[in-house]
Design a protein around this ligand. Structure first.
Ligand code: IMP
Ligand code: MG
Length: 184
C-alpha cells in the first residue's frame, strides 16, 4: 500500500511510550513552574503540538500555574519529509501578548526554523519574555541559532510520528512516539 504523496507506508518502531511521555511532560511542567513566570501565556504551534500542549497545560495546572493558551499555525513543510526552508503564518495569536511571559510549545525541533520564526513573531508582538519548549529535539545540523529552553527528549535524526506528530496528517492519534521506518 502507498501513502498519499507516493511515500511507501512504513512500520512504526516505538521510541517513547505513553508512560515515558507522561512522566517527561510532568517534569517539563515542573521545570517551567520553577521559573516563576507570572502572567503566563502558552502559545502552541499547530498542528503537531496540540496533544503535547493539552497535556502540558494540565501538568502546569497540577504544578500550581494558571496559564492562558493561544495558538499559532505555522507551515514549513509541503507534505514532504524535508523542510522547504520557508515558514508561513497560517494563523497568528489572537491575544495581546504585550508585556507577557510567553512559552512557545512545539512538537519537534528539527532545523530550528519554525521555532526561531515563532520566537521572532512573538517578540515582535511585544512579549516581555519568550521561552521555548519542545517535546522532541532531533539531533541534526541546525539552520537556526536558537536553543530551546525546555526539551522533552533528544532523539536521533529519524522521522517520528505519534502523539500529535504526523506524516501527511496520519499517525497523530498514536499515544506513543515512534520512528517511521521505510518498509520494503
Ligand atoms: P523545523 O522548522 O525544521 O525545526 O521543523 C519543525 C517542524 O517540522 C515540527 O514542528 C514538525 O511539525 C515538523 N517535523 C520535523 N521533523 C518531523 C518528524 O520527524 N516528524 C513529524 N514532523 C516533523
Ligand atoms: Mg510543527
Amino acid at each position: 500500500m502507498t501513502a498519499a504523496g507516493g511515500l511507501a507506508d512504513g512500520a512504526i518502531k516505538p521510541l517513547y511510550s505513553e508512560e515515558a511521555i507522561a512522566l517527561r511532560v510532568d517534569q517539563l511542567a515542573s521545570d517551567i513552574a520553577a521559573r516563576r513566570l507570572d502572567d503566563l501565556m502558552v502559545v502552541a504551534v499547530l498542528k503537531g503540538s496540540f496533544i503535547f500542549a493539552a497535556d502540558l497545560i494540565r501538568a502546569l495546572h497540577r504544578h500550581g500555574l494558571e496559564p492562558e493558551i493561544d495558538f499559532v499555525y505555522l507551515a514549513s513543510y509541503d507534505g514532504k519529509r524535508v523542510s522547504r526552508g520557508e515558514v508561513r503564518v497560517l494563523r497568528d495569536v489572537e491575544s495581546d501578548i504585550k508585556g507577557r511571559n510567553v512559552v512557545i510549545v512545539d512538537d519537534i525541533f528539527d532545523s530550528g526554523r519554525t521555532l526561531a520564526f515563532a520566537k521572532a513573531l512573538l517578540a515582535e508582538g511585544g512579549a516581555r519574555q519568550v521561552l521555548t519548549c519542545v517535546l522532541v529535539d532531533k539531533q541534526v545540523k541546525r539552520a537556526s541559532a536558537i536553543t530551546p529552553d525546555f526539551i522533552g527528549f533528544s532523539c536521533p535524526p529519524v522521522f517520528v510520528v505519534g502523539y500529535g506528530m504526523d506524516l501527511h496528517n496520519r499517525y497523530r492519534e498514536l499515544p506513543f512516539i515512534g520512528e517511521l521506518t521505510a518498509s520494503d
